[in-house]
Ligand binder design. Structure first.
Ligand SMILES: [Zn+2]
Ligand SMILES: [Zn+2]
Length: 153
C-alpha cells in the first residue's frame, strides 16, 4: 500500500474527507522529501501549486499524517516541529548543526541494538524513538576554530 492509499484509508476510518488540500500537502512532502515545517509547506503550496491552503489546514493535515504513521515529527531545535516521511524512508537519527542548521541523517545497527537492550533492562516497552545530536558541522567547526585566539602563539 502506498502513502496515498494508506492516508485515504486512514481518513476514511476517521470519517474525514480526502480533500485536495490534504492531497497537496502529502504530494509536497513526497516531492520535496527531507525535513519540512508548516511554513515550508505553506510557502511551497502557495508558490508552486498556487493553492490557498490555510496554516490551520496544513498543520491539521500534518497531524493526521503523523497519526496515520506516514509522517513523523522531528525536533531540529528550532522550537517548532519539522516533519519527515516514514514510509519508504529507513529509520534514522539526526545530527544538527546549531550554526548553519545543516541536518545529517545517520543510523547504526549497534545503537538500535543497545537501545532495545536498555529498554528491556528497564522493563520498558519500546514503541519508537528518534534522537538528535546538536553541535557543529564540518564546515562550521572549521570557521569556529579560526576565530579562536591562538593558545600557543
Ligand atoms: Zn554548520
Ligand atoms: Zn531525517
Amino acid at each position: 500500500m502506498n502513502a496515498v492509499e494508506s492516508f485515504a484509508k486512514y481518513l476514511k476510518s476517521k470519517e474525514l474527507k480526502f480533500t485536495k488540500e490534504r492531497k497537496a500537502v502529502l504530494d509536497e512532502m513526497f516531492h520535496r522529501g527531507g525535513h519540512l515545517d508548516v511554513e515550508d509547506l505553506l510557502y511551497r503550496l502557495r508558490k508552486r501549486r498556487k493553492q490557498s491552503a490555510s496554516r490551520a489546514t496544513v498543520y491539521r493535515t500534518l497531524e493526521l499524517l503523523v497519526e496515520s504513521g506516514i509522517v513523523r515529527k522531528v525536533d531540529l531545535g528550532h522550537g517548532h516541529s519539522h516533519y519527515e516521511l516514514v514510509l519508504d524512508h529507513p529509520h534514522h537519527e539526526h545530527m544538527i548543526c546549531v550554526s548553519c542548521g545543516k541536518v545529517v541523517e545517520f543510523s547504526d545497527k549497534k545503537i538500535e541494538v543497545a537501545l532495545k537492550r536498555l529498554c528491556k533492562e528497564s522493563g520498558f516497552e519500546h514503541t519508537s524513538h528518534c534522537f538528535q545530536i546538536f553541535g557543529y558541522c564540518d564546515k562550521c567547526k572549521g570557521s569556529l576554530d579560526s576565530k579562536k585566539p591562538h593558545a600557543n602563539p
